[in-house]
Write a protein that binds this ligand. Structure first.
Ligand code: FAD
Length: 476
């Protein structure tokens, strides 16, 4: 393997031709893409420098029954399955496997029921996160998990990765919002797990196991998700700092003070400038870092919470402190943060990483990232969910740099980043998942006995190894 390259994609041993014949015979109404040009667009997800494979075909089912039949046939012919939502993932989880069947859930995109009495929504997996939010907002309700990619990513992908987002610091990640799932197992069996009960401890927790398993244990065909009554409009504060250290100290100070803002996001200078170049928000381009702090408490409590956050930022040495004048201005600022990655992409080939540390150690993590950027002479824009201790150092490589050389440089810098996160008691992925690109680090982080327990679960639920093989766990 060339230095810095991602692991070679898994190769398939099943009978693809026989599978396609059977699919055509058994599921005549299924939309199935077999044209090479169509299949090509399902080769990658959003991960830069990823080795990928061309799917044998792409199925776009409309019903759970079609998904179950597809998986049954794949099991019969030994052809692996790659579940896919919008393909916005950043770990290679939905990328194509040469000769495998990709099942893309984009046509299963209906919100099935909004149950106000129980504050739940029942949804198909292909619904885009923002569309689900919009549908429940029309009823005065709120679905909390909000990845920055929320306008493109799907609920199925969010369940696959256990996605986080900007307001997880207060409301938790996707897994915290799941009450029930309908899933298709590796032999095509359909299971209904959980439901609308807020409390339910009957048997082993299969839902938390499947959420975040990146399609390696089951395919999600329906989800019952927890809602809240829509909170009031937010009060929004921007705090600018002359050093990354000071911004990190402010994050630690806010957590220490017991303040629980709905958003506590950080952007470093490289990111501030990239965002300002594209969106002209009038940010302080000379600041080393910026925090976006928001409160969604009712009435005067919101201003009081932002006052307390402002005091913590002041104590840490914040320079400029700015409050959004109204909801529109607040939305621009939030949108600027959400579009940070796209803004950095304007500067070169961007590879977003996803490390996390205990929240009090954000300053140390920021220092480590600065050191890595300097030692490797590589541009890094760091932003992310500072309130969760989860940062996205994004490496920017030259578009003209030969791919092998860029990948090797990236590999060396990433290795130091992961070492730093683990040294601080952190994680190599806070929300994007192990996928293919962090697989080597799973054993380092969890240890061989824990990974062996994961392999045992995989063998028990998917003995043929047909569900998204080589993702999360290396193939045996
Ligand atoms: C600009 C940008 C910003 C982002 N911001 C965030 C962020 O703030 N927080 C965050 O967590 N992530 C973020 N991401 C990463 C990505 O958007 C999330 O991982 C998202 O959850 C992926 O959803 P998707 O529909 O694109 O899924 P895909 O990329 O298609 O799939 C993701 C994983 O889920 C599996 N999967 C998909 N559908 C199913 C299903 N029905 N059943 C079982 N498994 C399934 C796939 O096999 C794959 O392993 C960001 C990405 C980008 C490009």
């Amino acid at each position: 393997m060339a230095p810095g390259s991602t692991p070679a994609p898994a190769r398939v041993r099943g009978d693809g031709a026989a599978l396609l014949q059977s699919v055509a015979a058994r599921l005549p109404d299924l939309r199935l893409l077999t044209d090479a040009v169509d299949r090509e667009s399902y080769r990658r997800d959003e991960t830069a420098y990823l080795s990928t494979g061309l799917p044998l075909a792409v199925a776009l089912p409309d019903t759970t029954e079609q998904v179950a039949e597809l998986v049954r046939l794949c099991a019969q012919f030994g052809v692996p399955v790659v579940p896919r939502g919008a393909g916005s993932g950043l770990s290679g989880g939905a990328a194509g496997i040469e000769g495998a069947l990709t099942i893309a859930f984009t046509r299963m995109n209906r919100v099935l029921e909004i149950d106000r009495e129980n504050l739940v929504v029942v949804t198909q997996p292909g619904v885009v996160n923002a569309d689900l939010k919009k549908a429940v907002a029309a009823e005065g309700l709120f679905y909390a998990p909000d990845p920055a990619s929320y306008e493109t990513c799907t609920i199925g992908g969010n369940l696959g990765t256990n996605a986080g987002g900007l307001c997880c610091v207060k409301y938790g990640v996707t897994r915290d919002a799941v009450l029930g799932l309908e899933v298709v197992m590796a032999d095509g069996t359909v299971l209904r797990l959980g439901g609308r009960n807020v409390k339910d401890v009957a048997g082993y927790g299969l839902i938390p196991l499947i959420v975040g398993s990146q399609g390696t244990l089951a395919l999600v065909t329906e989800a019952t998700l927890r809602l809240r009554v829509a909170p009031p409009p937010r009060a929004t504060l921007l705090a600018f700092f002359a050093s990354l250290d000071a911004a990190g100290d402010a994050v630690a100070g806010i957590i220490r003070a017991g303040i629980v803002p709905v958003t506590l996001e950080l952007m470093d200078r490289t990111t501030i400038r990239a965002v300002d170049d594209v969106h002209r928000l009038g940010l302080d381009r000379d600041a080393a870092a910026m925090l976006l702090v928001e409160s969604d408490l009712p009435g005067a409590a919101a201003q009081a919470e932002v006052d307390a956050a402002e005091a913590a930022c002041g104590d840490a040495g914040a320079g400029l402190l700015v409050r959004a004048r109204d909801a529109t201005e607040a939305e621009w600022l939030r949108e600027g943060r959400r579009l940070a990655y796209r803004a950095l992409e304007a500067q070169g080939v961007a590879r977003m990483e996803d490390v996390g540390v205990p929240r009090s150690l954000v300053p140390e993590l920021l220092r480590a990232i600065e050191g890595i950027a300097a030692r490797h002479q590589i541009t890094v824009g760091t932003f992310g969910h500072a309130g969760d201790g989860n940062l996205h150092p994004t490496f920017i490589l030259g578009r003209d740099e030969p791919e092998d050389a860029a990948a090797a440089r990236l590999h060396a810098a990433r290795a130091e980043l992961f070492e730093a996160a683990l040294r601080l008691g952190g994680t190599v992925t806070g929300e994007h998942g192990i996928g293919v690109v962090r697989r080597d680090w799973l054993v380092r982080q969890r240890g061989e006995p824990a990974v062996e327990a994961m392999r045992a679960i995989k063998r028990a639920l998917d003995p043929q190894g047909i569900l998204n093989p080589g993702r999360v766990l290396a193939e045996a």
